[in-house]
Design a protein around this ligand. Sequence first.
Ligand SMILES: Cc1cc2nc3c(=O)[nH]c(=O)nc-3n(C[C@H](O)[C@H](O)[C@H](O)COP(=O)(O)O)c2cc1C
Length: 220
Amino acid sequence: MIMEFDEVYSQERVTRKFTNRKVNEKLLADIIERAQQSPSLLNSQPWKVYLLAGDALANLRKEVMQQIKDKVEPHEDFVKMLSLNWDPYPSQNMAAVGASQPYFFHNKMDLFTESNNTMFNAQDVAFLTIPEASPAWSVYDLGVFSQSIMLLAINEGLAVMPAHSMVSYPELVRKYADIPNGEIIGMAIGLGYKDKAAEVNDPKYVPARLPFKKIYKFIK
Ligand SMILES: Cc1cc2nc3c(=O)[nH]c(=O)nc-3n(C[C@H](O)[C@H](O)[C@H](O)COP(=O)(O)O)c2cc1C
């Protein structure tokens, strides 16, 4: 299936509940391979992808849910960066137009939390790593690569869910995905088919964006 680019881009909204339908393995590999064309600093291509599905993912999900139940603090590999004192600008955006705000205002925070705690029922998750010794450029490059994966996936009729909550317990991801030491797990992207009937996916929960003039200046 090939869509117009505008249609692909307009469909780039996160999906917080997937159906049980699995994605064809070859299609997943094809998407990742095409995403390798993404630009990166000096063509450094710092990314690696570990695609988990089937029993491996089911077992990881089970162990992650147990950690949440046991109230183990999340400790992403990016924790040093995440625990920085954020600048007030993105902090205010998170508070005012952040992901969970629409759920909060509809008194449905439980939908948001539950979807995160169950890894969105994703049947296929791409775990993305960069080397431990990485400059900020590599984090940038991983973001560019992620965006390519997501747009290519949407173009194939798939739904996407980028979520740091799926890398909250990196030692478990490392175990099931057999990720060697020396790589840090930056992000995870759930890939699959959207559960259109799930309330958590209702378009009324899509958060707003800032007014354009707050983020744009044209100087000549
Ligand atoms: C780096 C990154 C991490 C994210 N982590 C989570 C997450 O852990 N849980 C979640 O529910 N959404 C997560 N999201 C999704 C964002 O909340 C979402 O993209 C944003 O609120 C805008 O919503 P929209 O993409 O549907 O327009 C993440 C997105 C990105 C890019």
